[in-house]
Design a protein around this ligand. Structure first.
Ligand code: FE
Length: 386
């Protein structure tokens, strides 16, 4: 019989600003009821509980991936309920407990179908509280792997129609497109997080959006205006403004190691959001795949459009992203770990997620010393074990 309390025993506990070499985590239902430093020998008498042996493992806040198109040969835009279920389960194996299914620049009908399939998700994998719409309101000049046939100008009415099918949490758009700055304001008023990329916007357009509350840049550095000494562009804006959250694809392909170091040095983990930007080839072998109707070749784990060779999402897993950042920056895990959960949660206004702390949601990942995922708990429930 399962108990109301669970105790993860004898694990290293790492949370933003916290690193306990050996401790216990008490879970009551869906919440963390307490954490105890095992070396202090002050663990109080605990209620009857189920024990999970955490010996040799690290417990981290469950990862939050706000930018992910698919996995296990499925893309959210395939609009397949079975595909959504498989992605949800697959993400647990990389330690993700909260995911924003991310759409591509496709037709409105296909977006509606994709959101309807997500609405039928069985909720047995990671949580999917809201959608990230990437496009279709992007700049054709910075389309990357977004299908140009379906690019359109910012349209709040379209977002409203989609929001009626499944909640929209974040929208990636180009503010220099017609009505873009006003669109950003409208999204904020509706509680949707606007985020810029696939954009040629200079600093002044960014600044107009920032003055009205925009605080996010999607896949920072990729498909946005670079830093120039007479217009610092979107890259400069992300580095300059402490309050701006920057998504980073740390697969060591999309951005170089020095940019990872620079971003963490200037911004700190509290305003960096590690994302996978994974497409259907994540968790699958090299080969030929589809991304929003475009052919993609995956070779040595790098996904590129067959035509033109633009990077077409990634095959990155979030535990590997964090491992890469650890290796590249050489910083202690406790000062990096905000980037894999807390920053994402805060950027979206999700409360009670991103820390291993009393009162927080019991979304926890247990990893070995090589950052391989051993167990994943969602709302206190063990949903993945290696
Ligand atoms: Fe993109």
């Amino acid at each position: 019989m399962s108990q109301a309390y669970k105790l993860i025993k004898n694990c290293r506990i790492v949370s933003p600003g916290l690193d306990i070499p050996r401790g216990d985590i008490l879970i009551e239902g869906t919440r963390i009821a307490g954490i105890y430093d095992g070396t202090a020998h002050n663990t109080p008498a605990l209620p009857a509980h189920e024990t999970i042996d955490g010996e040799g493992f690290m417990a981290l806040p469950g990862f939050v991936d706000v930018h992910c198109h698919g996995r296990n040969s499925h893309d959210f835009c395939d609009a397949s309920e079975e595909g959504v279920n498989e992605i949800g389960l697959g993400k647990l194996s990389e330690g993700v407990t909260t995911l924003l299914p991310t759409t591509l620049t496709v037709s409105e009908q296909r977006l509606c179908d994709a959101l309807s399939a997500i609405r039928r998700y069985n909720n047995r994998g990671c949580k999917m509280p809201a959608i990230h719409l990437e496009g279709p309101f992007v700049n054709p000049a910075m389309k990357g792997a977004q299908n140009p046939d379906h690019i359109r100008k910012p349209d709040a009415a379209l977002v409203e129609r989609l929001n009626a099918i499944y909640p929209i949490g974040k929208i990636t758009f180009a503010p220099e497109m017609e009505g873009g700055v006003a669109f950003s304001d409208t999204m904020i008023r509706h509680g949707i997080t606007p985020s810029i990329t696939h954009s040629c916007a200079g600093y002044s357009i960014f600044s107009a959006c920032h003055e009205h509350g925009l605080r996010n840049l999607s896949h920072f550095c990729n498909q946005m205006t670079p830093l120039h000494h007479r217009d610092i562009g979107l890259v400069g804006a992300g580095l300059l403004h402490d309050d701006v959250y920057c998504e980073l694809i740390c697969d060591r392909i999309h951005i170089c190691d020095e940019m990872i170091r620079l971003a963490f040095k200037v911004k700190g983990a509290e305003h960096i959001i590690l994302i996978t930007d994974a497409m259907s080839a994540a968790g699958m072998p090299d080969g030929l795949y589809d991304l929003g109707g475009l052919d993609v070749v995956v070779k040595d784990g790098a996904a590129r459009l067959k035509e033109g060779g633009a990077l077409a999402g990634s095959t990155l897993k979030l535990n590997v992203a964090l491992k890469n950042v650890l290796e590249v920056t050489g910083l202690p895990l406790s000062s990096l770990v905000a980037a894999s959960s807390l920053s994402a949660a805060q950027s979206l206004g999700l409360q009670g997620i991103g820390r291993i702390e009393q009162g927080y949601t019991a979304d926890i990942v247990l990893l070995d010393s090589n950052m391989e995922v051993e167990k994943t708990f969602v709302d206190g429930e063990l949903r993945f074990a290696k």
